[in-house]
Design a protein around this ligand. Structure first.
Ligand code: LIP
Length: 298
C-alpha cells in the first residue's frame, strides 16, 4: 500500500482529532459521574487495569478511524492488541492512556491516536481532556498544542533535568522492584535536579515535547502507549530512543524520551548500568554501580 499523501495525512489528522475529542468528552462525563471505580478489572497484574470506559472509548475511536481509512490495519490496547506491527499503514490507539490515573480522577490521562507507516510513527494526536490540551503532529510539520507550536526544553545536562520514571505495571516482582529502586538511587545520587513518578506514557511524552519535563523512561510499554507521542516529541525537537541508547523501535516495549540527544545519551549510560531493557529483569543482579560514567557511550 502506498505511503499516504500530504492531502490524505491532513484528512487522517482531522479524523483523529475529531475521534480524540469525542473520546475526551466521554472521559469528562465519566469524571463528572465519578463511577470509573465501579467497573475496574485487572488485566495482566493487579497494577494493570481496565474499565468499561476504556472499551467504550476504543469502540468509538476505532469506528471513526475505520470509516476514514477502511484499508488500514489497527493495533489497539483493548481489542486489537495481538496484531503484529507490519509495514502497512496502521492506526495505533490507546483509548485511555493512564487508566489508573483516570480511575483515581487524576488529570494525567489521555486519548492517544497514532498512525504508523513502515513501522514508523508519522502522525500523532494526544488529547488530555481534564487539561483541555490537544497535541497534534505530522512528521516534518512541527508539533502543536491547541494549534500553537510547542518545543522541548532543549535541556542538555542531567544535573538540571526533571525526569519522570514509571513504576512497572506488568510486575511487582522483587527483581523488577530492585531494578527500579537501583536506577532511582543512582540517578538521585548523580544528582539529577528532581525525579517524579508518572502514570501515562502519552502525557509524559507531550510534557517533554512542551518543556514541562526534560526526560521520561520506561520498560514495559506497548506501541499504543508511545506511537502518537513519538511524532509529537520528535517534531518538538526532542528525542525518542531505546532505554540503552540505540534506535527507537515501536514494538520493543522500552522507551527513553529526552529534550535533547545529549540528555538522552547521559541517561542511557545510567540505564545501561542497570540493564534497564527487559521486562523480565533477569539480567539485573541488583548491584548499584558506585559511580556511573558521565561519558556517553552511544
Ligand atoms: C499506562 C502507560 C504507562 C505505564 C502504566 C500503563 P495504560 O498505559 O502509559 O506508561 O506506566 O502502567 O501501562 O494501560 O493506562 O493505557
Amino acid at each position: 500500500m502506498a505511503v499516504p499523501s500530504t492531502e490524505d495525512l491532513n484528512r487522517y489528522l482531522d479524523e483523529a482529532v475529531a475521534a480524540a475529542q469525542e473520546a475526551g468528552n466521554l472521559m469528562l462525563e465519566c469524571f463528572a459521574r465519578n463511577d470509573a471505580q465501579a467497573s475496574v478489572e485487572e488485566k495482566s497484574s493487579p497494577a494493570d487495569l481496565v474499565t468499561k470506559y476504556d472499551r467504550q472509548v476504543e469502540e468509538l475511536v476505532l469506528k471513526r478511524l475505520r470509516t476514514a481509512a477502511p484499508d488500514f490495519r489497527v493495533l489497539a490496547e483493548e481489542t486489537a492488541n495481538k496484531e503484529e506491527l507490519t509495514d502497512a499503514p496502521t492506526w495505533i490507539v490507546d483509548p485511555i492512556d493512564g487508566t489508573t490515573n483516570f480511575i483515581h480522577r487524576q488529570a494525567e490521562c489521555c486519548v492517544l491516536i497514532g498512525l504508523a507507516v513502515k513501522k514508523k510513527a508519522v502522525l500523532g494526536v494526544c488529547f488530555i481532556p481534564k487539561l483541555d490540551e490537544l497535541y497534534t503532529a505530522v512528521q516534518g510539520r512541527g508539533a502543536y498544542c491547541n494549534g500553537r507550536r510547542v518545543v522541548s526544553s532543549g535541556c542538555k545536562d542531567l544535573t538540571t533535568a526533571l525526569v519522570n520514571l514509571h513504576l512497572p505495571s506488568y510486575s511487582r516482582g522483587p527483581k523488577v522492584v530492585d531494578r527500579i529502586l537501583g536506577i532511582s538511587r543512582d540517578l538521585l545520587a548523580h544528582p539529577i535536579r528532581a525525579m517524579r513518578c508518572g502514570g501515562s506514557a502519552g502525557v509524559d511524552m507531550v510534557h517533554v515535547a512542551r518543556g514541562r519535563l526534560d526526560a521520561y523512561f520506561e520498560v514495559g510499554i506497548y506501541p499504543w502507549d508511545v506511537c502518537a507521542g513519538q511524532v509529537i516529541v520528535e517534531e518538538a525537537g526532542g528525542v525518542c530512543c531505546d532505554t540503552l541508547g540505540g534506535d527507537f523501535d515501536l514494538a520493543s516495549r522500552r522507551v527513553l524520551v529526552a529534550a535533547s540527544p545529549e540528555l538522552a545519551s547521559q541517561l542511557a549510560v545510567h540505564l545501561r548500568n542497570h540493564s534497564y531493557s527487559s521486562v523480565e529483569a533477569e539480567d539485573y543482579n541488583g548491584d548499584v554501580p558506585e559511580k556511573a560514567s558521565k561519558k556517553p557511550r552511544m
